[in-house]
Ligand binder design. Structure first.
Ligand code: HEC
Length: 478
């Protein structure tokens, strides 16, 4: 008895100690913010403030939504004590994440974001550019009047006749890696994300320039967004080796296909929207049922990693390409009883490119295929004969995206050098080139300043990089 009560006393003593020891205070910047980014920002962002709550910044969280400052409410919504439980429509946060949020709130919900990392995502404050951004996605609107171009944290809608300045659609994702319009031009779907943080599918209403839905998914960017021919669904490739299918009306995920063994980088719906072909780093082009996600067959014979796919505008035929540099034209369907390693569905091999293939486009009239990638040129081929029709030159570095105008006369391309170039698709002649974002003159960059302190004080170099304003304020502070 005595020993038992003694050990009880010791246990109680220890428990008291545990309570008295301050728990390590979770960091908003390092621990809480990534959780919110991944699980909450799709709905609680400046463009879509569910319950008037913006969780993209600390200020938004502190200000709160309809029911007041969020630090007082957030744990209750996460546990389901207040309904509906958050994140809405998704499984509750894992216990360790919930514990982090709870401890952070209990410790006073402090903001430890370093000054230089205070980023704001706001549609009233479009990104500022001092140099052209790497352009990763382009799409022509179906009426041929608008060219959608990816920027940093935004999409720019350029009128092709240049009559009005571009409309700017700011969103959450640092990068937009694919863009596609619905056939009627009313919807613009974008896929991207912030690398190593989250992936996002954005669905924009083109006429109003308003974000209809944002779906934040996985812990990395999403790739190769495509839209079903009837505009009801969007498919995207993910780094968790899945293809996600999303309903465009509700913004909700409908199904997930998991037949790939590595990142999925490109998707294309079949003509009737019932099937999808996806390509990825596992080297395969997989045909799956779009409704059930059931894997049907591999379209291709495995060769190199695949990063791009485009479908013929009116036939169940796709062109695929990637690391191996050769664009392959395949029938989507393999006849029954075909043997493994039979490649009879291969219709054509186009010539090998000078670099890995990053982008493919099939012209709306079906008569041309454009190929681009690590080599700084766009090659346009006749898919019937495999003949090179045009070589489009002028890019100074790799190309990430290529698109045909709706009348098939123009090919637009962009990439690493930050310029959008429009070519005559029949001759390869460059018709126009432009920087797709407004550039501001960088007030003399810090490394150009003729000031002795960088030389005599090597530390000053770092201080300047992180100091706002003129970069010299550290001098006054010393
Ligand atoms: C799919 C969309 C969606 C996601 C994802 C989501 N929320 Fe919400 N959230 C809502 C909606 C809608 C409401 C309003 C609910 C109501 O009052 O009926 C809401 C309300 C809230 C409120 C109450 C705000 C107020 O003052 O009224 C809090 C707090 C909140 N969410 C936190 C979170 C957190 C934290 C996450 C991530 C872990 C999250 N939400 C993820 C849609 C979402």
């Amino acid at each position: 008895m005595r020993t038992a009560s003694l050990s009880l006393m010791i246990a109680a003593e220890l428990a008291c100690l545990a309570v008295r020891l301050p728990a390590a205070e979770p960091s908003y910047f390092r621990e809480i913010r990534p959780i919110l980014q991944r699980q909450c920002q799709g709905c609680h962002q400046p463009n879509l403030k569910s319950s008037n709550l913006d969780l993209t910044t600390y200020e938004g969280l502190a200000a709160g939504g309809k029911r007041g400052p969020a630090p007082a409410l957030i744990v209750k919504y996460l546990t389901g004590e207040m309904k509906p439980q958050m994140p809405l429509g998704q499984p509750p946060l894992p216990a360790e994440q919930l514990a982090l949020v709870r401890d952070w709130v209990a410790a006073g919900a402090k903001n430890d974001t370093p000054a230089e990392a205070r980023e704001t995502v706001s549609s009233d404050k479009p990104p500022v550019y001092t140099q052209p951004p790497v352009v990763t996605a382009l799409a022509f609107s179906p009426d041929g009047k608008t060219l959608a171009v990816s920027g940093n944290r935004e999409i720019l809608l350029h009128t092709l006749d240049g009559s009005t300045p571009p409309k700017r659609l700011s969103g959450l994702s640092e990068r937009i890696l694919s863009l596609t319009f619905s056939k009627d031009g009313s919807l613009l779907a974008a896929g991207g994300g912030t690398p190593a943080r989250f992936g996002e599918i954005q669905l924009w209403d083109v006429a109003s320039g308003k974000l209809r839905h944002s779906l934040v998914l996985t812990g990395d960017t999403v790739f190769g967004v495509s839209i079903s021919p009837d505009g009801t669904r969007v498919a995207a490739g993910c780094t968790d080796n899945t293809v996600r299918i999303v309903d465009t009306a509700s913004g909700k995920e409908l199904s997930k296909m998991g037949a790939h063994e590595n990142w999925v980088l490109g998707t294309a719906f079949g003509m009737d929207g019932k099937r999808i072909v996806s390509v990825g780093r596992d080297r395969s082009a997989k045909l799956t049922d779009a409704a059930t996600g059931a894997f049907q067959e591999n379209v291709n014979l495995l060769r190199g990693e695949l990063s791009a796919i485009a479908r013929h505008p009116s036939k169940e035929i796709v062109v695929i390409g990637g690391d191996e540099r050769v664009p392959y034209v395949y029938m989507m369907d393999r006849p029954k009883n075909m043997k493994i390693a039979d490649d009879t569905t291969l219709l054509r091999k186009l010539p090998r490119q000078d670099g890995a293939i990053a982008a493919l486009a099939w012209s709306p009239d079906g008569r041309r295929i454009a190929v681009a990638g690590a080599a700084p040129e766009v090659n346009v081929y006749d898919p019937e004969t495999g003949a090179l029709v045009a070589k489009c030159k002028g890019h100074k570095a790799g190309i990430y995206t290529v698109a045909f105008s709706p009348d098939s006369t123009l090919a637009a391309a962009a990439g690493f050098d930050g310029m959008v170039r429009l070519y005559d698709a029949a001759t390869g002649e460059m018709k126009k080139e432009f920087v797709p974002v407004p550039l501001v003159q960088a007030s003399v960059a810090w490394w150009d300043r003729r000031s002795p302190c960088v030389v005599c004080q090597p530390d000053a170099r770092e201080a300047r990089q992180t100091t706002k304003g003129d970069g010299l304020s550290h001098l006054g502070a010393q």
